[in-house]
Design a protein around this ligand. Structure first.
Ligand code: AMP
Length: 191
């Protein structure tokens, strides 16, 4: 299965990606996790991404597109993958379309987790308190405000982009975790 999970920060994309990974043996590809690993390792990409991520902006498209293109070629993606946090704007979505076509691959679905902004703030505060090793550098009120702004301005247009292609499925991301994963199974026809 090849999927995109789409939704604002704190919508539960990571949680649902892990559940899908366990259930279906496909690999979670979180650009946020990969970028945080690059920052922690102090790599060239990490050095470029660090400050941008801390203020809640998007890192340049060519960086994330390159990371995903390489990652999709790894053997653990042969059984499918779940894109979590990518694409984040229309340019990335177009690059993904071209990349998948080149590789002879296609998406099965794009699943949008719909969540109100008001709920997201509480969820991110909770995550900041519960994250092992301390909160993420961007799980604070100021960066979150920016991340939500960026989501609405740049990422939300992907709902229309994938809606027009007829691959978009929307679930209620405000329900509890099991309920959301049941809804996802249902829209994917694997429930
Ligand atoms: P996330 O863990 O998905 O919330 O991502 C954390 C941060 O990593 C974002 O606020 C961005 O700064 C950066 N990031 C993650 N994915 C992307 C992407 N596809 N494009 C640009 N920046 C990204």
């Amino acid at each position: 299965m090849k999927l995109i999970l789409l939704g604002p920060p704190g919508a539960g994309k990571g949680t649902q990606a892990k559940i899908l990974e366990e259930k279906h043996g496909c690999t979670q590809l979180s650009t946020g996790d990969m970028l945080r690993a690059a920052v922690a390792a102090g790599s060239e990409v990490g050095l470029q991404a660090k400050e941008i991520m801390e203020r809640g902006d998007l890192v340049p498209d060519e960086i994330v597109v390159g990371i995903i293109s390489d990652r999709v070629d790894e053997p653990d993606c042969a059984s499918g993958f779940i894109l979590d946090g990518f694409p984040r704007n229309v340019a990335q979505a177009e690059a993904l379309d071209a990349m998948l076509e080149n590789k002879g691959l296609s998406l099965d679905a794009v699943v949008e987790l719909g969540v109100d902004d008001k709920i997201l703030v509480g969820r991110i505060e909770k995550r900041a308190q519960e994250t092992e090793g301390g909160p993420r550098a961007d799980d604070n009120v100021e960066a979150l405000k920016k991340r939500l702004e960026v989501y609405h301005a740049q990422t939300a247009p992907l709902i229309g982009y994938y809606g027009d292609k007829g691959v978009l499925k929307t679930v209620d991301g405000m329900a509890d975790i099991d309920d959301v994963s049941n809804q996802i199974a249902e829209v994917l026809g694997v429930g």
